[in-house]
Design a protein around this ligand. Structure first.
Ligand code: PBG
Length: 334
């Protein structure tokens, strides 16, 4: 006789050692689930992004070296974001269509050096416009003109496909852009170029550090660039499913939810509604807040990092765009 409780089922038996915890683990993070967002600048030494510790803007040859290191860690690809010389920006984002522009030439060089390493490029005008919006403004000057923007983005996608990118990633949230881009790519013979759609992109406060990194915040001249007429209201899960369905119907290959951590319910719901791969973007502000709390000694950095990524996988994301990619992959390899 012992005085143990008469329990048939004791869930703690399956948590008693590292070995059994590994065997019963339901969700795993692996380097092959990760995509690294990278910042590209025209020239000069690596420049730290103040609100994103350990993240740097790099020149084309340093960026190639970074891609090689990521590939060696087992990370399948990177999303490349250009920081454009302010002198090249205008209200129309004209530089986005330059076949010899910084992003395009860099993509071509990386793909020729590392043909198996996947590259994703944003289709949106914000790195190229003086006002920092993702499209061109309408006659009122207060809102983004949907249909004129879609026409420009379709050309932008073709220019990127010509440079050799594997997937274009429309991040602008204009209505109808996935269908228009698919049609433009196909008409130009780029059937093999895929579309990673930022399908459910919320008007989020968590993009602040990214806007600092690409300089779209400074050029807008305002601390709070308001994109609420095109990015989604964080309150709307049903509308999120509608946006995703429209992109699926228009030919998107992968559907993305962004941000990730504060929107796990959206990722989980979308995973149940679509047969397409689901991506999630753990954005700059999610990265910054873990670093900030760790710097204050308020969180264990590595555990918070790994837990944040595992949670996004558990919600149902097949792949995660994350600034932690290299570090997390390295941690997983030993
Ligand atoms: C721009 C774009 C943004 C991000 C990716 N593409 C910012 C925005 O919409 O203003 C944010 C990424 C991040 O915060 O890490 N189209």
């Amino acid at each position: 006789m012992t005085d143990a409780l008469p329990l048939r089922r004791r869930p703690r038996r399956l948590r008693a050692s590292d070995g059994i915890r590994q065997l019963v683990r339901e969700t795993r993070l692996h380097p092959s689930n990760l995509v690294a967002p990278l910042f590209l600048k025209p020239a000069g030494p690596p420049e730290p992004v103040p609100s994103m510790p350990r993240v740097f803007r790099r020149n084309p040859s340093d960026l190639l070296a970074e891609c090689r290191a990521l590939a060696n860690l087992g990370i399948p690809g990177a999303a490349v974001f250009p920081c454009i010389d302010p002198a090249l920006k205008d209200a129309q984002g004209t530089e986005a269509l330059n076949p010899k522009g910084l992003l395009q030439t860099t993509i071509t060089d990386i793909k020729s050096a590392l043909p198996d390493f996947l590259l994703f490029t944003d289709v949106a005008l914000d790195p190229y416009t003086t006002h920092g919006h993702d499209g061109v403004l309408d006659v009122s000057g207060h809102d983004v003109d949907n249909d004129r923007t879609v026409a420009i983005l379709s050309r932008m996608a073709v220019v990127q496909a010509e440079a050799g990118v594997d997937f274009v990633a429309p991040s602008d949230m204009m209505d109808g852009r996935i269908g228009a881009i698919r049609e433009a790519l196909d008409a130009a013979g780029h059937h093999r170029t895929g579309i990673l759609a930022y399908s459910v992109k919320f008007a989020s406060s968590y993009y602040g550090p990214f806007r600092e990194a690409v300089g779209s915040k400074a050029s807008a001249g305002t601390a709070l660039l308001d994109k609420r007429t095109y990015q989604m209201d964080p309150a709307n899960p049903r509308e999120a499913m509608l946006e995703a369905r429209l992109d699926e119907d228009q030919g998107a290959d992968i559907l993305m939810v962004k941000p990730a951590g504060p929107y796990l319910d959206i990722i989980a719901r979308l995973r149940q509604r679509t047969e397409l791969p689901v991506a999630a973007y753990q954005v700059s502000g999610e990265y910054a807040q873990i670093h900030a709390a760790a710097q204050l000694g308020w969180l264990d950095y590595e555990r918070a990092r790994d837990e944040s990524l595992l949670a996004i996988r558990r919600a149902g994301a097949d792949m995660i765009l994350t600034y932690f990619a290299a570090e997390a992959a390295e941690a997983l390899s030993h």
